[in-house]
Design a protein around this ligand. Structure first.
Ligand SMILES: [Zn+2]
Length: 51
């Protein structure tokens, strides 16, 4: 499983603000916005409870 993370603060708390072709993402931690967010592989087993 892959998750996007913020290239600025490395937070995984990112949210898609515009989907589709453009695909703009925003970091909820530092407010960084961009269409290119790096992805990293995570283990599905390590899914955390965040709610
Ligand atoms: Zn950030």
């Amino acid at each position: 499983m892959k998750v996007k993370f913020c290239p600025k603060c490395k937070s995984e708390v990112v949210e898609m603000v515009i989907g589709g072709k453009i695909g703009l993402w925003e970091c909820k931690k530092c407010g960084y916005r961009g269409s290119i967010f790096p992805e990293k592989e995570i283990k599905v087993k390590e899914r955390r409870k965040e709610k």
